[in-house]
Design a protein around this ligand. Sequence first.
Ligand code: NAP
Length: 248
Amino acid sequence: MERFKDKNVVVTGAGRGIGQAMAEAFAAEGAKVAVLSRNEQSCGHSANAINEKYPDSARSYAVDVADFGSMQECGKEILAEMGGVDILINNAGITRDGLLLRMSDEDWDAVLGTNLKGAFNSVKAFQRSLMKADEGRIINVSSVIGLIGNAGQANYAASKAGLIGFTKSVARELSPRKVTCNAIAPGFVRTDMTDVLGEKMQEEILKMVPLKDMGEVEEVANLALYLASPEARYITGQVIAIDGGMTM
Ligand code: NAP
């Protein structure tokens, strides 16, 4: 089924993990996808892998979403090549964990810069195009940590909670133009970001998950497909947790 034929999708942080799975899921449904990530190798590799399965569906763009000017330039390039954007997914994210006593202001700024300002920067790059689209969609990838906080993640929690406020404000501002904006709050999903936690920490986290299992990137991608679909027309300004019951 090609549910997203004729749709242009931008996914930030799509060099690997959840973003790559989302980009591939949209390509599988017939969309053209701009695959963005920090370094050229990562987004290039991801776009090549997607094109092998779905020829001519993906193009890669290396950009630091935290840098306003670079993101606007990248946006212009994408719009020139694609002609317009219908669906924007702000997924790029990093962690720089540490207890407050040891957290540096660089760690704070880096996480807020990528996770929160990065979303602002990319909405600024594509807002006009999304407003012209037939029912544009913005999906921001937040986190359960933005809902419940976590010791050692004050910067990450603040960025992801901020993203929820941003989501609701953008939803209100753009709803007259039929653009919806929602946030996904994943729990504990198997990616490079969670692999670094080590076995013991993973076991501890799983104790807090009623379904006693980690989520898979494809499951998060399926939620993004739904939120971007015409069936989700009447959903905006919401935060949908996909977390094995962690935050119920
Ligand atoms: P990941 O495997 O670490 O991948 C992160 C992606 O973001 C990479 O492609 C990376 O680019 C890109 N990125 C990082 N900083 C960037 C920047 N400044 N500019 C452009 N791209 C940048 O992460 P993930 O686990 O898939 O997580 C994806 C999103 O889901 C993040 O926002 C994360 O906070 C959120 N999330 C994840 C989990 C989880 O359990 N995994 C849970 C809740 C929320 P490169 O490939 O070039 O390095």
